[in-house]
Write a protein that binds this ligand. Structure first.
Ligand SMILES: Cc1cc2nc3c(=O)[nH]c(=O)nc-3n(C[C@H](O)[C@H](O)[C@H](O)COP(=O)(O)O)c2cc1C
Length: 330
């Protein structure tokens, strides 16, 4: 079976993230895969305007009020359409992003926040995408520091995967990589070349996942990674009531799995023990995300019912003006 894997890099040209992604791609190539690499600095990526035109259209098409989906309002204004269409021809992606202020850099999040208009299950339903590529993903965060200064990096990358229905099968936090080339020195356990070896393993894991039947694919990353057994995120928080009253004592901040926080007998570390109904909000699951669409529609409907009271306030605040910063342009 032929397959293609794309590396999406958001770090410096010649930087650590690019080197690690290239090593992972070498493993893919050696296994007979087609590979490609893009560095997001080379593309024009406009920020999402927040217009919600995409989800409004999706809602209208679902209700039979609109025939044709026009996609994102920025569709022909930058390179995002071409990038996303190319991603959807791939069976695997490796996303390698530097950590800035604990989180993925904005060069990547700018792209990822445009994914919403390309929601895969919707595009499949309307025939915009012919076949589900069942894309698997490996995530690399690259930081100058260790986990304590990259605490939101991998989890924030994971949070960008749901809209495109990408299954994360491996993730790796590359640490102490401040200067280009640092990744060749430090490694897991500080051994020379350890980071390259880990990146290569990610490439191998991506190939393994692609070559596994879709329904049998599973986590191939480090076994004891994270606190959530569902998505391996390390971020679990005390749960609050959801819009429909559902509530869990503890929730995974990334996938939404719910349950109790317990001590793992084997490792002695905290672990989320998933409740019997703890995966009903699993954001990896298309059905759970469809439920979220119901929430969005319900919230919208309730809001529109108050339009009479709200409209004068919208106008009032739109007209309100304050001193601002003027930039002179010639
Ligand atoms: C604006 C800025 C913010 C940064 N913030 C962090 C941080 O919060 N945590 C961290 O570990 N490294 C941080 N770094 C270091 C980068 O993550 C590091 O240089 C990384 O190697 C960049 O990847 P690259 O070599 O692929 O470009 C920051 C760097 C910059 C430029």
């Amino acid at each position: 079976m032929s397959f293609k894997v794309m590396a999406i890099c958001a770090g410096r040209h010649g930087g650590n993230g690019e080197a690690l992604a290239k090593e992972a791609l070498c493993a893919v190539q050696e296994a007979g895969g087609e590979v490609e690499l893009i560095n997001l600095f080379d593309y024009n990526i406009l920020p999402c305007t927040g217009c919600e035109g995409c989800t409004m259209q999706m809602g209208k098409m679902g209700a039979g009020l609109q025939k044709e989906y026009h996609g994102c309002v920025l569709k022909n204004k930058d390179d995002v359409d071409a990038i996303i269409n190319e991603i959807q021809t791939c069976q695997g992606v490796i996303i390698s992003v530097p950590t800035y202020d604990l989180t993925p850099s904005s060069v990547y999040t700018r792209l990822a926040q445009r994914f919403l208009a390309y929601e895969l299950s919707f595009r499949l339903a309307i025939g915009d995408v012919k076949e589900n590529p069942h894309t698997v993903a490996g995530l690399i965060s690259v930081g100058g520091s260790m986990h304590d200064w990259q605490s939101l990096a991998l989890e924030s990358l994971q949070a960008t995967m749901f809209t495109m229905s990408m299954q994360v099968v491996d993730r790796y936090m590359a640490q102490r990589d401040g200067r280009p080339g640092n990744c060749f020195v430090w490694g897991e356990g500080d051994e020379w070349g350890g980071q390259l070896a880990r990146a290569r393993r990610m490439g191998e894991n991506i190939v393994k996942a692609i070559q596994t039947p879709v329904e049998e694919r599973c986590w191939l990353g480090d076994a004891d990674d994270g606190v959530c057994p569902n998505c391996h995120s390390s971020l679990v928080y005390p749960g609050d009531k959801h819009w429909d009253g559902v509530e869990f004592p503890w929730e995974c901040a990334v996938c939404g799995a719910g349950g109790d926080l317990v001590t793992d007998e084997k490792t002695g570390r905290p672990k989320l023990r998933i409740a019997e109904n703890g995966l009903i909000r699993d954001r990896n699951d298309d059905r759970a995300r469809a439920e979220h669409l119901n929430e969005i529609n319900k919230t919208r409907d309730e809001f529109f019912a108050h339009m009479g009271e709200v409209k004068p306030l919208i106008d009032k605040y739109a007209k309100m003006e304050f001193p601002t910063l003027e930039i002179k342009r010639d």
